[in-house]
Write a protein that binds this ligand. Structure first.
Ligand code: TRP
Length: 455
């Protein structure tokens, strides 16, 4: 069975597909609005710490699990710890994949709408208010956003059902570098607007008074979300790695590239936000109301907009493929149904969540659960609870259940690549990461405030 498993074609293919999973709306849509609502630079700093100290080690650990077990997110734990309850980590991940797709597809659908409008309507003479109105009109509607969402689901469905190697690898090879290039151009335009320095200050000059418990939880959540970790996505992808893939290097490259794209995205958005007088705290619409304004400042703005949103849609696509793959690989391998059928089950299941989260920008706006709309609830549950929780359990599992020698052998390709900091890494995943994540959870629950009341 294991021998028949598809593997990624080339070493470059591995990096690109994995980066493709990590880089997506999380960097270009979620990162700026999370930075915006959490006060800017101070958040960025906490975020950087989370990426380095939690994200990177957890990613490497997921790579270890995936390549060692050569199985889907849940199956991997059955191989590594047969007959135990550890596969619950995998189930948490598979559920998270469904829930993330349940809101991710909606935003991905928005990118399609913006491709259409960049072709059909002119940007000329429009003001900030016009762009805001257009966005609200579109997102609060029923039919249009749903059509866009379903279109995106269909594209993802088609690629995932056609198989791992051909679909994922080819798509990401050319388009990711192009996205990077166009973002750099937009960044330059944004930085040359008057008042750009305000934006840079917001992004890079920390005001430590702004850090509170929810900043830390948000930063940790964003780190896990952006790096695609904590739910078995990287376990599933690394199960397709070849035996020569350098896990340490791959994890480092993915982490750095992903962070670079996020920072670039911040530098593209915030100078413009301050120039045009948009509220940094606008929330999920931040990017969609800021970008058209930047395009309006460029000659051939519509062309730029069109290219950019196509590339953003592709970045989102490589991420939705990876999320879809988690559920599909699980159903395909564990229930022995055909790959095509497994893909269909996932797509249909996810569609139900998508309908509800798309409508929560309009008709279901008032229908809140714990004060959150359905869309926000899915985002909160996954990014801030399930992913860090999953990451914590992954560390506890590998740190306590797996023989240290096996981990070292896998991470060094049986001794052929050196791992100078193995001890530090091991100490981190065994003690520091699980404790830190636990403390951040407890802090959010108000435990420390409660303790303070006694002093
Ligand atoms: N990381 C992707 C992004 O930033 C989204 C994503 C893909 C993801 N796979 C994931 C998030 C797995 C969490 C877990 O857009």
């Amino acid at each position: 069975m294991n021998q028949q498993r598809t593997t990624f074609g080339s070493r470059l293919g591995i990096i690109l597909a994995t980066v493709g999973s990590a880089v997506g709306l999380g960097n270009i849509w979620r990162f700026p609005h999370t930075v915006g609502t959490n006060g800017g630079a101070a958040f960025l700093l906490v975020y950087a710490v989370c990426v380095l100290l939690l994200g990177f080690p957890v990613m490497m650990t997921e790579f270890f699990i995936g390549r060692h077990a050569k199985k889907n997110a849940a199956g991997a734990f059955k191989v590594l710890a047969p007959g135990t309850k550890w596969s619950i980590i995998g189930y948490n991940g598979i559920l998270a994949a469904f829930l993330i797709l349940g809101f991710y597809f909606v935003i991905a659908g928005w990118t399609l709408e913006y491709i259409f409008t960049s072709v059909t309507t002119s940007l000329d003479g429009k003001t900030v208010t016009d762009f805001e109105k257009e966005f609200t009109l579109f997102s609060s509607g029923i039919v249009r956003p749903l059509i866009c969402t379903f279109l995106f689901i269909c594209i993802t469905h088609y690629i995932v059902s056609s198989g791992v190697k051909n679909g994922i690898e080819r798509a990401s090879k050319i388009l990711m570098p192009m996205l990077f290039l166009i973002m750099t151009i937009l960044c330059i335009r944004s930085l040359t607007l008057s008042g750009a320095s305000e934006g840079l200050k917001f992004l890079f000059q920390p005001d430590f008074g702004k850090i509170n418990s929810s900043t830390v939880l948000s930063a940790m959540g964003q780190a896990f979300f952006s790096l695609s970790i904590g739910m078995g996505c990287m376990i599933t992808y690394s199960s397709y790695f070849g035996s020569k893939t350098n896990i340490q290097k791959t994890a480092l490259q993915v982490t750095l590239l992903d962070s670079l794209v996020s920072v670039l995205s911040g530098m593209m958005i915030f100078p413009a936000v301050f120039h045009f007088g948009i509220e940094p705290t606008a929330g999920p619409e931040l990017v969609f109301i800021t970008l058209p304004n930047i395009f309006g400042q460029l000659s051939f703005g519509n062309v730029w907009a069109c290219i950019f949103f196509i590339l953003l849609a592709v970045a989102a696509l490589t991420s939705t493929i990876s999320l879809h793959e988690v559920g599909t690989a699980y159903i395909h391998e564990e229930y022995h149904v055909s790959r095509k059928r497994a893909t269909l089950y996932v797509s249909l299941g996810v569609s139900v969540f998508c309908i509800l989260s798309s409508l929560s920008f309009g008709v279901l706006k008032e229908a809140t659960i714990f004060g959150l709309t359905f869309f926000n609830l899915l985002d909160f549950l996954t990014a801030k609870i399930m992913l860090p929780g999953g990451g914590m359990l992954i560390c506890i599992f590998v740190g306590n259940r797996v023989d240290k020698k096996i981990i070292k052998a896998e991470l060094t390709n049986i001794g052929s690549v050196p791992f100078y900091f193995f001890r530090a890494y091991y100490f981190f995943i065994k003690y520091i990461a699980p404790i830190a994540i636990g403390v951040i959870f407890l802090n959010e629950l108000g435990l420390f405030k409660w303790i303070q009341t006694f002093f």
